[in-house]
Design a protein around this ligand. Structure first.
Ligand SMILES: [Zn+2]
Length: 261
């Protein structure tokens, strides 16, 4: 299945198209988009190695799809009973019953999720993920905004637009030309100094829109140890999230969050 050899595979009764391709870069990555599994293989690998790794990634992806882990960006709360968010522990309680609708609310340190008992398993998972994500975002967005305001007032004095928490697979944060700042929801589960780094990074973009030397100088002025935090984000963040959310393997096919930072 290397080169341009596409292959059709069926997992849990659903068809997927497997598309391996060669590209620059050091690592092989498998990604699922809709019903297409893309497997990127480094150009410089010989075909024997590429074939071996592609097979491995393919099988891992099949396992993950089979288990219902279909997206790298989605943190799944289905099998998670407790999370620590911005230093605060929350228990996640799922209550199945004859409710008319699914809903979640946060009461003290508990996220209570009521789900309709008769839902199919995959639907339940979807509903739980969505509801937990939504209630945590609602609960914590004010604290993120306060943090951004505080760092902005101290160091940048920029006009900040809208702040949002978003579940994204490709970036940890972003800053639009109108200074709308978006922070990756996953960062809530990582050490706060890492979140602070991403916030400082995005705030620095309100002054300098690129990643030039000047930009890094500005980040360094505000946060002298940013390089260590950045390194941690690149090297450890996915591993850490894997541990928390029981992903099958940190380096695995589905964990493809290449930071843009
Ligand atoms: Zn940036």
């Amino acid at each position: 299945m290397v080169g341009n050899m596409e292959e059709k595979i069926t997992v849990n009764g659903k068809d997927y198209l497997l598309k391996p391709y060669r590209d620059y870069g050091k690592n092989a990555i498998a990604k699922l988009k809709g019903d297409v599994i893309y497997i990127k293989l480094p150009r410089h690998w010989n075909s024997e190695l590429a074939w071996k790794i592609a097979e491995k990634l393919k099988n891992r992806m099949i396992t993950n799809i089979g288990k219902g882990i279909t997206s790298s960006s989605e943190l799944t709360f289905y099998n998670v009973h407790e999370v620590t968010v911005l230093g605060q522990k929350y228990a996640i309680e799922k209550i199945e019953g004859e409710n008319k609708r699914n809903r979640a609310r946060i009461v003290e340190n508990k996220i209570l999720v009521n789900i309709i008992a008769t839902l199919e398993k995959h639907k339940k998972k979807e509903v739980i993920d969505e509801l937990v994500r939504r209630s945590l975002s609602r609960e914590l967005l004010p604290r993120i905004i306060a943090k951004i305001d505080e760092l902005n007032d101290l160091h940048f004095h920029s006009e900040i637009g809208k702040v949002s928490l978003r579940q994204q697979s490709s970036r940890w944060g972003s800053c639009s030309p109108a200074n709308n700042i978006s922070i990756n929801f996953s960062l809530l589960f990582l050490p706060q100094e890492i979140l602070d780094y991403v916030i400082v990074h995005e705030l620095a973009h309100t002054k300098i829109r690129n990643h030039s030397e000047k930009f890094w100088l500005l980040v360094g002025k505000v946060m002298p140890d940013f390089r260590e935090r950045r390194k941690w984000l690149k090297k450890e963040a996915r591993k850490e999230l894997t541990k928390i959310f029981n992903f099958p393997n940190p380096q695995s096919s589905v964990l493809n969050c290449q930071t843009m930072i």
